[in-house]
Design a protein around this ligand. Structure first.
Ligand code: GRF
Length: 201
């Protein structure tokens, strides 16, 4: 399976995917890393690992629809079976999403449907949640509302700050994203509307 990773920042999830591919744990080829930010650390990680990079800066487009069209064209040209969002900070419009049905996945740092949107870890700490975690889901038109593929719980510990909780969740994100990609790479994930199941091999 050929994937394209979209990332805007640090790229630690991208790194976890690269490391798993290198270990031979994933039947996945990273075709390219695409970013809306030329300064994204994710791009450096890609270059270090000889993965092609593309930059699509938002400033070059006047509307979101125009941006999404350019991005869709780029991804189609890269022959991706799956688009993997890893800290990509732009909302993708319906036109884009409908071009890749069940072929876009995202990781979110909470147990969805709790704490969607920005600053999920801060939301969890401020809410006083006792558990949070991370979710890998297919992307649909809503904000973090697509069918859930897998989740991992992480405790919120007394005295946690946004930073300490984020660090604990991030460790699990790295494992969960690689585990889901391993299943997808083997064709072991089945979808039926909102229901996502793992085929028994
Ligand atoms: C992660 O917390 C991910 O869940 C969220 O954005 C963050 C990206 O981190 N969508 P990184 O760039 O992969 O280090």
């Amino acid at each position: 399976m050929r994937i394209v990773v979209l990332a805007s920042g640090r790229g630690s999830n991208l790194q976890a995917i690269i490391d798993s591919v290198k270990k031979g744990a994933l039947e996945v080829e990273i075709g390219a890393v695409v970013s809306d930010k030329g300064s994204a650390q994710a791009l450096e990680r890609a270059v270090k690992n000889n993965i092609p990079t593309r930059i699509l800066p938002a400033e070059n487009y006047t509307t979101r629809a125009e941006y999404d069209r350019a991005l869709a064209q780029l991804i189609t040209g890269l022959n991706a079976d799956l688009v993997v969002l890893a800290g990509f900070m732009r909302l993708l419009g319906n036109d884009f999403i409908s071009k890749f049905p069940n072929r876009i996945i995202n990781i979110h740092p909470s147990l969805l449907p709790a704490f969607p949107g920005l600053d999920a870890q801060k939301q969890a700490v401020e809410y006083g949640a006792k558990v949070s975690g991370c979710t890998v889901h297919f992307v649909d038109e809503g904000m973090d509302t697509g069918p859930i593929i897998a989740q991992k719980c992480v405790p919120v510990i007394e005295g946690d700050t946004t930073e300490t909780l984020s660090a604990r969740i991030l460790q699990e994100e790295h494992r969960l994203y690689a585990a889901v990609l391993a299943l997808l790479g083997k064709g072991l994930i089945e979808t039926d509307g909102r229901k996502v199941t793992i085929k028994r091999s």
